[in-house]
Design a binder for this molecule. Sequence first.
Ligand SMILES: [Zn+2]
Length: 392
Amino acid sequence: MNDVDAMNCTALLLVDLQNDFLPGGALAVDRGDEVIPIANQLQPYFHLVVATQDFHPADHNSFASQHKGQCVGDVIEMNGHPQVLWPDHCVQNEVGSALASDLNQASIAQVFPKGTDKRIDSYSGFFDNGGLHSTGLGDYLLSKQVTDVFIVGLATDYCVRATALDSRRLGFRTWLIEDGCRGVDLKPGDCKAAIQEMEDAGVRTISSRQWLDDKSDATKDASRTEIATGKFLSLMQSGRWEYSHRKLASDVVVIVPMTRNNEWVFIEQYRESIGKRCIEFPAGLVGDVEGDADEASMDAVRRELMEETGFEAARIRHLGSASNSAGLTDEVTSIYLAEGLHRHGQGGGVDGELIQIHLVPRNEAAAWLDRRQNEGLNVAMSVYAGLWLAAR
Ligand SMILES: [Zn+2]
């Protein structure tokens, strides 16, 4: 759908998602708050997330308060450029200049302040309005090998527009995520004209839904090709990355079983890939059963627990989900706690799996695992992950 190719590196650029531009702020953009959840939802689907921040000294020349006899909205000349006069806004180190509190900020790699020179305004996240001084954003994106810049933020007809145009000028493929922006429309039609101007400059428009749909279909993405295949696994390629993909199963479940006597239930089996016996929690693939490809995760949890350990659980609770080894595989594991166990069978697995079962008292587990490792066995990562999640 979008023609971002396999060798791309995508950056999500959050433009001025700051308190003063949100409803209630000094320079509020109508419905500006509606873009925050969109910005949050998009973030995980990009290689890099960066933000710009309007960050003025208190006596900035773009403030109407600095010009006797002038009002907000008047246009004056400043350093040879027309300058709209604004209310005081985004003053350095005041709450108005802070990034929106509802914005997820943990993944933002760097924030680029702009408008810090009192003599000149800076709508673009890349340069001041005179095009003289760089914020460092362009060099930063180049240093990260970014090819595609996706823009959301405020406001469409000012800082988003200027940022998108500079991004094009610097040679980045540039995308405007239209529903992730809101405009000022000082004159009705300003936003529409700004979008037209961006498109004329080669900026492509896309909706957040288009991007997310495309990403959720990632394994079917044309940029990911299967370069080898077996009965159960495919070797996939995307850009310079290769990774394995399970062909039949829809999900992987790991079960952390706790008996009524406060014992963990571990299993032990020989694993061909490492040529060793391995200590694990019971685990299996959802949909890995003849004629039931649509098996529910909870059914798979009960089935695997019974097959491998012979236990039935009174209570099962999802503890969390985690990628297994994202450099090696696209697989994500869901981890479940199973409590109130009743023995109903022998366990041991199916089709000659030769699974051995170990009941280990809760407070002896760490020492027991160390001992088994010293004996030369391998302990699965999911054991440590399951114990940690169960202890929280
Ligand atoms: Zn400003």
